[in-house]
Design a binder for this molecule. Structure first.
Ligand SMILES: Nc1ncnc2c1ncn2[C@@H]1O[C@H](COP(=O)(O)OP(=O)(O)OP(=O)(O)O)[C@@H](O)[C@H]1O
Length: 216
């Protein structure tokens, strides 16, 4: 379970602030984060993943509370337990699709099934034909799907995706959402998705509107 308690956050030298009294995301009960541009969706995702630290309150992923970890321990926790799809994908564009998908899992204990799983995800996400191409030479939609494969390949217990369908056509939006939701259900993972897409709302057990957080 992901839990946020009594969170207050403000960027240094900025008026923007967030407050979250209490929020829980359980396995199998995916959360959608909604709100206007600049409303704080990415900020709350960064708080949930330990990339930002709140000024007050606690964020826990399972038994792990980020504030009790050193910076190195947080990085390791993210590598092992979290799958993160960034809004700008955060790919290394001088590497191939294969290298981008498998890179984060290089730092984990040897898992002989990883390559097979990476191949399977590439097939499902329809990026297998690009396997040996540099991601810098792919379209935005193709790059977005590489980022999704990379986020899921190591079977993380927590998955966070920032507008993971923003660059995709309608059919592939469906493919990606099915993949994320099925993954969360089958692996009993916690899933949080930032989205602007109202059509996706019925797919989520919970919804969080950032407008409700900034007023506090
Ligand atoms: N590093 C930063 N320092 C100061 N202010 C920031 C920083 N990053 C974001 N902000 C501000 O915080 C607010 C929330 O930004 P955030 O990126 O969380 O919004 P968002 O809802 O994800 O927006 P979008 O839908 O456009 O991606 C914005 O007003 C933004 O300008």
């Amino acid at each position: 379970m992901l839990a946020l308690r009594d969170i207050q956050f403000r960027y240094p030298a900025s008026d923007f602030q967030l407050a979250v009294k209490h929020l829980e995301v359980r396995a199998g009960e995916p959360l959608a984060i909604l709100g206007p541009s600049g409303g704080g969706k990415t900020t709350i995702l960064r708080l949930m993943t330990g990339l930002l630290s709140p000024d007050h309150g606690s964020v826990s992923c399972g038994d792990t509370q980020f504030s009790q970890l050193t910076a190195t321990e947080r990085r390791r926790f993210r590598l092992e337990k979290i799958g993160l799809v960034f809004q700008d994908f955060a790919l290394l564009d001088y590497l191939t699709v294969e290298e981008n998908i498998l890179l984060p899992s290089q730092f984990q204990p040897d898992d002989p099934t990883l390559r097979e799983r990476a191949n399977g995800l590439a097939e499902q996400l329809e990026i297998a034909p690009h396997w040996h191409r540099l991601t810098g030479r792919l379209s935005q939609g193709e790059r977005q799907r590489v980022a999704i494969a990379r986020a899921l390949v190591h079977r993380p217990a927590f998955v966070f995706a920032d507008e993971p369908t923003a660059s995709l056509d309608v059919r592939r939006r469906g493919v990606v959402m099915d993949l994320l939701l099925n993954y969360a259900r089958e692996q009993q993972a916690c899933l949080v998705v930032v989205t602007h897409d109202p059509e996706l709302m019925p797919l989520f057990a919970q919804q969080l509107r950032v407008e409700d957080l900034t007023a506090a």
